[in-house]
Ligand binder design. Structure first.
Ligand SMILES: [Zn+2]
Length: 388
């Protein structure tokens, strides 16, 4: 380990360690200790079924990275065996596991997506209490629509009721998020629907759809335009996700018409995760002044290969458009590992630029400050109202 950081990377990793990050897309950590099986399943992002018993979930980039980087946080040697790791982890309370990993992440602001698995995950406030820093909420547009329906609505009152709820819920939030990629894909008409069209589609949803799950792209488009009308930044899940989605239909280039829409152009649009479309996202970030991107989630899953991904995120995209996120969800190792691997990758990639005399050390330091914190404060104007 002693020789890992040489040249400019040694300076930069120190700088990165001292910089508290804004994790601009994250979910809660586990409330209760998981079983070993459930823990193993959480290391596989794409397969939605329990892993077969003969599969060792630690035999993956993320599993090896946990043994390398998370083991020392639990007092173990780097590269501890999976069995030793599990024995020590299981002897600690989940509160203690969370305290250690969340504080070690070095995060000042957690922007928490509360639209998913709220029952077994810490609330934003509890996440911030365990890890330090401040937590703010991102509202999920599809969840709001489903709540409007669950509360009882008619096709003709839906639009007004959705607007009311969005306005109310967005008061305590810094942005809205959509999982359009999961529900319909991006190769759909995302123009603004009129109230009559909304009424017609709500009628179809109520009578022929699953009222608990909004999948109609016209109604999701309605939500996106309503969020933009309120001036809310819009986060969009892009790329990597579980196999419920069709990955090909989440290519962000399919969002080009939406991004050309003048009402969407008024608010920041944040492309989340992006892998394996990080280059397409970089193209959009250069082409549209309101488009930002991150490569969260995939950083954790690529482990020792994550520096290559972070390098690709710094190709076409202007540096004031790239943000940090972990997209951690569940085991708090993921909240820590996302931060650790991203810091390592930034030190490795930018350190190389400096050592090759392509960049000055000052250039590298400035880009670290932008991507770690400053860009998030520009994209989310309400974040500045938070202390810290
Ligand atoms: Zn997420």
């Amino acid at each position: 380990m002693a020789d890992r950081w040489t040249g400019a990377a040694a300076d930069l990793v120190r700088e990165l360690d001292e910089t508290r990050l804004v994790d601009h897309h994250v979910h809660g950590a586990l409330r209760d200790a998981p079983s070993r099986t459930a823990y193993g399943d959480s290391l596989n992002e794409v397969d939605t079924d329990p892993l077969p018993p003969q599969t060792n979930p630690f035999d993956s980039q993320i599993g090896v990275a946990i043994r390398a980087w998370c083991a020392p946080v639990l007092g173990l040697e780097r590269h501890a065996s999976a069995d030793d790791y599990w024995t020590v982890r299981a002897a600690l309370s989940e509160d203690e596991v969370n305290r250690r990993f969340l504080t070690a992440a070095g995060v000042s602001h957690w922007l928490v997506d509360t639209g998913f698995r709220t029952d077994d995950l810490l609330s934003p406030a509890a996440l911030a209490e365990a890890g330090g820093g401040h937590a703010v909420e991102i509202v999920r547009l599809e969840s709001l629509a489903e709540q409007v329906v669950a509360d009882g609505v008619t096709p003709s009152t839906y639009a007004a009721r959705f607007r009311e709820l969005l306005e109310r819920r967005s008061l305590g939030a810094v942005a809205a998020k959509s999982v359009l990629a999961y529900r319909a894909g991006f190769d759909v008409d995302l123009g603004r629907p009129g109230d009559r069209e909304v009424e017609h589609h709500v009628d179809a949803w109520l009578h022929r759809g699953d009222p608990a799950r909004l999948a109609d792209p016209r109604l999701i488009a309605f939500g996106l335009h309503e969020a933009a009308d309120l001036g809310l930044p819009i986060q969009l899940h892009v790329g990597l996700g579980d196999r419920d989605m069709h990955l090909r239909r989440s290519d962000p280039l399919l969002l080009t018409d939406l991004l050309r829409d003048p009402s969407i152009a008024r608010v920041p649009v944040l492309l989340l995760h992006c892998y394996p479309f990080e280059r397409e996202a970089g193209y959009l970030a250069q082409g549209f002044r309101n488009v930002f991107l991150d490569v969260g989630l995939a950083v954790n899953h690529l482990g020792a290969r994550s520096a290559a991904l972070v390098a690709r995120s710094l190709e076409l995209a202007p540096f004031d458009k790239v943000l940090y996120s972990s997209d951690a969800c569940g085991p708090s190792e993921l909240h820590f590992l996302g931060a650790r691997l991203w810091r390592n990758a930034m030190a490795t990639v930018l350190g190389r630029f400096v050592d090759d005399d392509e960049w000055s050390l000052d250039d590298a330091r400035r880009v670290i400050g932008m991507t770690a914190r400053d860009n998030a404060f520009r994209a989310y104007d309400r974040l500045a109202e938070q202390p810290g």
